[in-house]
Design a protein around this ligand. Structure first.
Ligand code: AMP
Ligand code: ZN
Length: 456
């Protein structure tokens, strides 16, 4: 069954065909490390992880690159405002580099907690300044750039197909009344290199052929992807908010510099995590949690992963603690049911095929989870454990890992009481205590190693 994925570039589900046989180059737009990544951001990385695991399930060898934006991302997408890193450094009274390292460390910890596999290469924008300058030089040579008082800009009017990814109405955009063009020739033109306003004020600035400054936000992704994946590669991922500006501009500069069309064959975008009103989770609209904050609310990170998989990646997902509670109950029921399976048969081909059909149909995780539930509940199915193991290579939910149950002191005391009753051969009392434990929501099992308590 061929793998089909939805390509934003064509707005169609397409059969995936890599540029090189059995090898896939995958670039995932990474975090801007000026603050914690919230659960909305992390939804997008869970989606990219599911994509990577599905490719591997289809026997492709994947090389995944993730950038780390530690300079140049301004507070406004219109190349205005402050550099997010510089702003955070000033606010926290720290070095921009330390801020970047701190939030990247937390981000990597969140990856571990959510069982997201790490990319093959993490690349920081500040460690690739030379490559970015080289790329701007190529664009300059080819006549795509111009200079203003604050930087070097890309002239989007030079491209006939600018905005094709977002299907932008360029004429409409240019005529828009609220458009602030300033010295830019066209509203959609964007900065490749920005000059420092005053020398020595910014923490992060570099010399360049055009003057001291720093790279624009979009150029890092073109420069670093070509360094690690070549001038043309298979799949690029990110959140849908990247379609009209960031990814549109990445395409403009890469296709102009590398003369490869399409520069990236498949563009894939994850939909937003929203609040109940349908607003994107954000600092200003609320609903903004980090993984550590969810843990404080007694939600293990993998519950959030399960929650994300219950909705298709191209559909909005409404977040609330109640919705997460529902996912928590399902996930723990699922794991408990699985822990009771005793079976050592070979993979159940019928169920695995159904699972493959769901995943290869544009990563339909909700359908794939239904297949899993059906398998778990099927009294006659064989090879359950091996099949679940295989499915979990894609889900990444640690379905076969035994849960560490936090047993309350009250229950622990009852277990001890029961143990001494058993020692005294008072079976009636032992049974009564077991019944009591059961009523309190726990199951007690006697094993060779002693008695084990599980949550119901
Ligand atoms: P940033 O650090 O702002 O560059 O964002 C990192 C990633 O998270 C990008 O791919 C964004 O598209 C994505 N993102 C931002 N907000 C949300 C959200 N509410 N839901 C899902 N993805 C998001
Ligand atoms: Zn990017």
């Amino acid at each position: 069954m061929p793998l089909k994925i939805y390509n934003t570039l064509t707005r169609k589900k397409e059969i995936f065909k890599p540029l090189k046989k059995r090898r896939v180059g995958l670039y995932t737009c990474g975090p801007t490390v000026y603050w914690y990544q919230h659960i909305g951001n992390l939804r997008t990385y869970i989606f990219a992880d599911i994509l990577k695991r599905t490719l591997e399930f289809n026997n492709y060898k994947v090389k995944q690159i993730m950038n780390v934006t530690d300079v140049g991302h301004l507070t406004s997408d219109a190349d205005e405002g402050e550099d997010k890193m510089e702003k955070a450094a000033a606010k926290e009274g720290k070095k921009a580099k330390d801020i970047a390292n701190y939030y990247l460390k937390i981000f990597k910890q969140d990856f571990k907690k959510l069982n997201i596999s790490e990319p093959d290469v993490w690349c920081k924008a500040t460690e690739h300044i030379k490559e970015q300058i080289e790329l701007v030089k190529i664009l300059e040579k080819k006549g795509f750039t111009y200079k203003t008082s604050d930087g070097i800009y890309f002239d989007t009017s030079k491209l006939k197909d600018y905005g094709k990814l977002a299907k932008l109405n360029i004429k409409g955009l240019q005529e828009g009344k609220r458009v602030k063009v300033g010295e830019k020739k066209n509203k959609t033109d964007f900065a490749l290199w920005k000059f420092s306003e005053k020398l020595g004020v910014r923490q992060q600035e570099w010399d360049s052929p055009w003057g001291v400054g720093f790279p624009g936000w979009h150029i890092e992704c073109s420069a670093m992807s070509s360094k690690y994946l070549g001038k043309q590669f298979d799949i690029h991922t990110g959140g849908i908010d990247h379609i009209p500006i960031h990814h549109t501009n990445e395409i403009a500069q890469s296709e102009s510099a590398f003369r490869k069309k399409p520069w990236v064959k498949y563009w894939m975008h994850g939909a937003f995590l929203t609040n109940k009103k349908g607003d994107k989770i954000s600092k200003s609209k609320g609903g903004l949690y980090t993984i550590s904050e969810l843990e404080k609310e007694k939600f293990e990170p993998l519950i959030y992963r399960y929650f994300c998989l219950t909705t298709h990646y191209r559909k909005q997902l409404i977040f609330s603690l109640e919705n997460l509670e529902t996912a928590k109950n399902s996930y723990s029921r699922l794991k408990n049911l699985i822990s009771e399976i005793k079976d050592c048969g070979k993979i159940n081909k019928k169920y695995l095929k159904e699972f493959e059909k769901a995943m290869n149909g544009d990563l339909n995780t909700p359908n794939a989870l239904q297949v899993l539930w059906k398998l778990v509940r099927d009294k006659k199915a064989e090879g359950k454990i091996k099949t679940i193991e295989k499915m979990d290579e894609v889900f990444g939910l640690k379905l076969l890992e035994k849960e560490k149950v936090e047993v309350p002191v009250e229950i622990k005391k009852l277990v001890e009481e029961r143990n001494s009753a058993r020692k005294n051969k008072d079976w009636k009392k032992a049974d009564e205590i077991r019944e009591k434990i059961n009523k309190l929501g726990y199951i007690l099992e006697d094993t060779k190693e002693g008695s084990e308590v599980k949550k119901k």
